[in-house]
Design a protein around this ligand. Structure first.
Ligand code: ACM
Length: 639
């Protein structure tokens, strides 16, 4: 905000006897005029409780991480002057510089809104450590820039590398197309680098023979290096992965010839450790334009990840165009001072929105499919539904007391009501449109973080519980989920969800896939219950988590501190008993975007850890090597 006329400083200090500590804010007037009769709003994930103890300020309201205050009566802030106030009574202590205000604005006496510049949260009363280095220099004893590293590679380094690889005489159309596809991927990711492939013979290039051998199996390939190169593949995905591996080898040798080489001779025999190698992106809290989504998919393909889990809806926004319910992507996306949904998570005076048209979705799904990647869409129900209920208020039980329960993120009454028949009419139409857009056999319906007393003040829910003999919030949740599972089955789809889908009786585990996020032990418990499991524990695979304990390192920390070394070395299959291992389908990175206000932040948090998860998903445990990874990871392209 180059020309801000107000700035809000914020600092946090510990307080004895109050674990949450307290904030001190200072508003500086950089304009040429005095200002009075205003209110100040800010967004902060470190929220205040209902009746915060404030000094020199009046608390007006809070909704999730939106907070609003006014100065004392009659207060005038002169040009160049500051107004300082303190706020105590926080839900949890701030731990990092990103735990303070993310945005702020003033509402002036005439109702106009003016952005206020904010920056890092400062630490008071304690030593503020700078962040350490997160990735060592690394050392690739085998000098080959492959990430993920193959299951089996026996290679001898060459002195030099070919100018480009080109198809041997007689190469068929599908193989040529595959070379073009991976050459295109490379060009999108590295727009200035030398082309890895040419489709005609190249002076000082090497000929590539491509052959199919279905006996290798799904996603598998082999490479033989000599005076020319042979790629053998089990299926089309294996062919793409073999071509990607060749491209990585050339890229490393060109870019860092002192560290990496192209093979002169030798053999690679490769196949993934897990069939599910996922990465999730939360596009609700922050919106990612189509170009960003396709680039993330390209980066995932470079890392041989094969599942894009697209978190399309949450409390803060519904991002998927549904033709039957157009208000979902008008009222259900706009956040602003005068919109039905208030600014959150870095929003200021200007309203923000953003959604994907069905044409956008088709293009993204096709792009992913061209890279052998499946898009698993998520609409997060029954909780996390503030945006939905804002867009479709007829889905609310009008007799339910407002603010009768709150989500862990502080949203009041944010769940779809299982006792309202219109809820199922709505979801049926949403599913009808989704199955036309997403070929995946799985539809992810969320199911996470329904607050413990949800629906308990809804007379309609009470009536349903009495009629059906259902107990409590999670009995109702299970009743709802079972109906949803049936609705998906009618449409030829299986249910995927977060681990809490299993609560209160859960659903039929047959064909159901749940993601263990709260802690690793939950994955084993779910597998025991008969669910298929993908491991995405926050403590290792949530890429919004901070990478070091120091205050000056940015990130969220509610699931702990997640250094790249931990993400890399973590073994998700860990304590799974042998008989349950087949239920563990794979691993997944999650990119929750509450804190992700800009691209540099995204890149700082997502890399190198996305590559670490890709290697955990692909490379056998005994072939993982932290120092090799550290040497190669800087070559991974960023968003
Ligand atoms: C989640 O992190 N609420 C799945």
């Amino acid at each position: 905000m180059a020309n801000a006329i107000f700035r809000l400083e914020n600092s946090w200090a510990p307080i004895e006897g109050d674990e949450g500590g307290g904030f001190v804010f200072t508003l500086v007037n950089l304009s040429d005029a005095p200002v009075s009769g205003f209110t100040l709003a800010y967004t902060s994930l470190t929220r205040v409780k209902d009746n915060p103890a404030c000094e020199n300020v009046r608390f007006i309201r809070r909704n999730a991480n939106f907070h609003q205050f006014s100065p004392p009566d009659g207060f005038v802030l002169q040009p160049g002057a500051s107004w300082q106030f303190s706020v105590k009574g926080l839900w949890r202590p701030a731990r990092h510089r990103t735990d303070g205000a993310k945005s702020a604005y003033l509402t002036l006496a005439d109702g106009a809104h003016v952005d206020v510049a904010v920056d890092d949260l400062m630490l008071s009363g304690r030593h503020s450590e700078p962040a350490p280095r997160l990735l060592p220099d690394g050392e690739a004893k085998e000098p080959f820039a492959l990430l993920p590293f193959p299951a089996d590679a026996r290679l001898q380094a060459a002195e030099t590398y070919p100018v480009a690889l080109y198809p041997a005489e007689g190469t068929g159309l599908e193989d040529l197309k595959a070379m073009q596809a991976i050459g295109g991927l490379y060009r999108r990711l590295f727009s200035v680098a030398h082309a890895p492939f040419a489709l005609g013979a190249v002076h000082e290039g090497k000929a590539l023979t491509i052959t199919a051998d279905a006996s290798l199996g799904k996603e598998a390939y082999t490479l033989d290096f000599g005076s020319d190169i042979t790629l053998t593949y089990g299926d089309a995905a294996g062919r793409a992965y073999g071509l990607t591996a060749l491209t990585q080898l050339l890229h490393g040798a060109r870019l860092e010839p002192q560290k990496f080489s192209f093979p002169a001779s030798g053999h690679i025999k490769d196949a993934p450790r897990y069939g599910w190698r996922g990465c999730h992106l939360d596009v609700s809290r922050q919106f990612y334009p189509v170009a960003d989504v396709t680039r993330l998919i390209d980066i995932m393909a470079w890392l041989r990840l094969n599942i894009f889990h697209w978190h399309l809806t949450d409390d803060e926004a519904w991002r998927l165009e549904i033709k039957a319910y157009p208000t979902l992507t008008t009222l259900g996306v706009l956040r602003g001072p005068d919109e039905p949904m208030l600014p959150q998570l870095g929003n200021g005076a200007a309203p923000v929105g953003g959604f994907y048209t069905q044409e956008d979705v088709k293009a993204i799904v096709a792009h992913a499919a061209s890279l052998h990647m499946e898009v698993v869409p998520e609409i997060d129900i029954p909780g996390h539904s503030t945006a939905t209920l804002t867009a479709l208020p007829h889905l609310i039980d009008g007799q339910e007391a407002p603010d009768s329960y709150r989500s862990v993120q502080g949203f009041p009454n944010n769940a779809l009501n299982p006792a309202i028949e219109e809820t199922y009419v709505f979801l049926g139409k949403v599913f009808d449109e989704m199955v036309e857009l997403f070929p995946s056999k799985l539809l992810h319906i969320g199911g996470d973080e329904v607050a413990a007393n949800t629906w308990m003040a809804s007379p309609l829910a009470k009536k349903l519980m009495e009629k059906e003999g259902i107990e409590g919030t999670f009995g109702l949740q299970s009743h709802f989920m079972k109906r949803i599972q049936g609705m998906l089955a009618e449409r030829g789809r299986k249910l995927a969800g977060w681990d809490e889908v299993s609560h209160g009786g859960g659903v039929d585990p047959a064909g159901t896939l749940l993601m263990a996020w709260q802690k690793p032990e939950i994955g084993i418990e779910l597998a025991k219950q008969g669910y298929d499991v993908v491991m995405t524990p926050g403590q290792a695979y949530y890429l919004d988590m901070v990478q070091a304990t120091e205050w000056q390192e940015p990130g969220a920390s509610w699931a702990g501190t997640v250094p790249p070394h931990h993400t890399y070395t973590y073994e998700a299959v860990g304590e799974f008993p042998d008989e349950l291992k087949p239920r563990m389908r794979g691993v997944q990175a999650c990119i929750w975007s509450e804190h992700f206000l800009n691209r540099d932040y995204f890149n700082h948090l997502v890399f190198p850890r996305l590559g670490a998860i890709a290697e955990a998903a692909w490379t056998p445990k005994d072939k993982k090597d932290w120092l090799r990874f550290a040497a190669i990871a800087p070559l991974v392209p960023k968003l």
